[in-house]
Design a protein around this ligand. Structure first.
Ligand code: GLN
Length: 268
């Protein structure tokens, strides 16, 4: 199968950017022997025509400065989240921070992007999903960041969360599950069927994880430390209120490239 055939097949299946996607598939299949290549391209095409997400077919997704391994075990990194990453790096560099904790690390894309730009820092990624942490650990090794990274299999709803992690972190970052449970059935198929539900479902009001994290954050942050939280659409004001009631001081709310309030920043 050549490039133009692939483009036509994707376009015929109503895939929105057939040339772009065909190019990415060709690139992913570039290094295999010709006969295997044909088989691999046909397999990728078949999955894509069944609306399996492209990044999960390729097993890779570009985010911020790197390519991350992704699978059905992790939420696919989204460009919206780069807003939080850039703000975290800026704060870490201006304050010469040395430690960062990522709550719900998934693929590790937030934590590893921060560590990649801040060579003075060490980081911990927490997730309750072991397969997600294994993916994050592989990403850390591939990016040669494993010496400055530790991963812990834990839930913030566990009673021993604070005692296991310890205190004194300079920076907390999180993109927790924030979709209201009732909105899950209406999500795009590519998200609903292929991103882990545990990374999406934020409970009845979408804010359940923020409420729990707001109890823990003041205990694990050091004095003068910051927390950066990704927000779902329309949630920023509630998140700011929840964390300020928990004792942290609001600093700012940042918009993503689509103009949506996407990142809430508070300080201890
Ligand atoms: N941004 C994701 C979506 O809209 C949700 C991620 C999350 O719940 N943190 O599909």
């Amino acid at each position: 199968m050549d490039f133009e055939e692939l483009v036509r097949a994707l376009a015929g299946g109503h895939i929105a950017s057939p040339r772009l996607e065909a190019g990415m598939m060709m690139q992913a299949a570039a290094d295999v022997a010709p006969r295997e290549q044909k088989h691999l391209l046909e397999e990728m095409l078949e999955k894509r025509l069944a609306h399996y997400p492209l990044d999960k077919i390729l097993g890779r997704r570009a985010f911020y400065k790197y390519d991350f391994e992704v699978s059905e075990d992790v939420l696919s990194p989204r460009p919206d989240t780069e807003t939080l990453v850039e703000a975290a790096i800026d704060l870490a560099q201006k304050n010469d921070f040395s430690s960062v904790l990522d709550l719900g690390t998934g693929s590790g894309c937030i934590l590893l992007s921060i560590l990649g730009d801040c060579p003075q820092m060490r980081g911990v990624g927490v997730d309750k999903s072991r397969p997600a942490l294994e993916t994050a650990a592989r990403n850390a090794r591939r990016l040669k960041l494993e010496d400055r990274t530790a991963f812990r299999c834990l839930s913030w709803f566990d009673d021993n969360f604070v005692s296991v992690l310890g205190t004194g972190f300079d920076l907390l970052v999180s993109n927790p599950p924030y979709i209201p449970s009732g909105d899950i059935p209406g999500l795009d198929d590519e998200v609903r069927k292929h991103d882990p539900l545990s990374a999406l479902d934020g409970g009845t009001d979408g804010l359940e994880h923020y409420k729990k994290i707001a109890e823990i954050a003041p205990l694990i942050l050091k004095e003068g430390g910051y927390i950066l939280l990704e927000a779902g659409i329309g949630q920023a004001a509630d998140i700011r209120r929840i964390f300020s009631e928990g004792g942290l001081s609001p600093v700012s709310v940042l918009k993503d490239l689509a103009g949506i309030e996407r990142c809430v920043i508070l300080k201890k």
